[in-house]
Design a protein around this ligand. Structure first.
Ligand code: AMP
Length: 313
């Protein structure tokens, strides 16, 4: 399934932000969810972390914001880490939209800071259920103007015992507001929640593909983000690969990693969607003819490339 962000019905401000972030094309859940959520219908999305689900609901949320000052969108997340991460991603997607403020509210942070921030006004609030309830009870958060509520990682939130909190929050949101639930799994309690609070939701599910070849040995290493470059070089050095492919999610990371590898003396070059066909052909030819040892690419740019004797990906 290929599509471009420009076909999904998003405004220039959001397309520019997506471009800044270096996303080359929408992920499958984004292709499904963005047009569906823009219609205003309720929806249930089955998607794991890492599939791009945040932008899948975040872009429609931002697209539909109006100039009003009240809270127009509420996203509920199971943990403070996820609330912060989602809030940061939404802020990045909103950079070119004027006057949009995205606020994370979660347990553990002094409530005074959140009280001041809420009093100043935020159109989008991303919170953990317990803290959201706390603010609703204090009257410092009001959902009267909310037009969309998203439950992110709904199965996690139910597992963590937030069921009653979530129900209470949904009951306090306007009856006609759009409700969207994302969950990696669809156990009975999730289906019940959906049945009770969502109106004829559209089901957004992406098919799982079998993509691996059994004869290939697969290894993964858990490393912190700042250790990734060192870890990559160590793997490349220790195995003595002659030809390797490195995949990145964004054009920006392709450029960064290519420069890092070149600075460390590797014969590396990059391939991504901002390069014209001549530039791409030149890089590919050098990779084929051993002029480059390491090709760094986005999966979009590398789609369909056919090179023999690659030792590692
Ligand atoms: P998520 O599943 O929302 O946690 O997203 C996982 C990561 O993928 C985040 O770092 C996003 O910034 C990134 N991402 C989201 N959409 C895209 C896209 N279309 N292309 C490349 N990266 C993306």
């Amino acid at each position: 399934m290929t599509a471009s962000f420009t076909e999904l019905g998003l405004s220039q401000e959001l397309l520019k932000a997506v471009e800044d972030l270096g996303f080359e094309e929408p992920s499958p859940i984004q292709v499904l969810a963005i047009p569906a959520l823009l219609t205003g219908k309720d929806a249930v999305g089955q998607a794991q972390t890492g599939t791009g689900k945040t932008a899948a609901f975040g872009l429609p949320i931002l697209e539909k914001l109006t100039s009003g000052k009240g809270v127009q969108a509420l996203v509920l997340c199971p943990t403070r880490e996820l609330a912060i991460q989602v809030s940061e991603e939404l802020s990045k997607l909103a950079v070119h939209k004027r006057g949009v403020s995205v606020l994370p509210i979660y347990g553990g942070q002094p409530i005074e800071r959140q009280l001041r921030a809420l009093a100043k006004g935020a159109q989008v609030v991303v919170g953990t259920p317990g803290r959201v309830i706390d603010h609703l009870q204090r009257g410092t958060l009001r959902l009267g103007d909310a037009r969309i509520v998203v439950l992110d990682e709904a199965d996690e939130m139910l597992d963590m015992g937030f069921r009653e909190d979530i129900e209470l929050i949904l009951e306090q949101s306007p009856a006609d507001c759009q409700r969207v639930l994302f969950s990696a799994t669809m156990p009975q309690p999730i289906r019940e929640l959906s049945k009770r609070f969502l109106r004829e939701p559209e089901m957004l599910t992406i098919a799982h593909k079998m993509l691996t070849v059994p004869a290939i040995e697969q290894v993964y290493y858990e490393v912190r983000p700042y250790q990734k470059m060192d870890a990559l070089c160590r793997v490349l050095d220790s195995q003595g690969f002659r030809k390797a492919l490195v995949f990145c999610a964004t054009k920006r990371s392709v450029d960064e990693i290519t420069v890092h590898l070149q600075q460390r003396g590797y014969q590396a070059d990059g391939l991504h969607g901002d390069m014209n066909q001549t530039q791409r052909d030149r890089v590919m030819n050098r990779f084929r003819t051993d002029g480059i040892e390491i090709l760094v690419a986005t999966d979009v740019a590398a789609r369909g490339i056919d090179v023999d004797d690659v030792d590692a990906v």
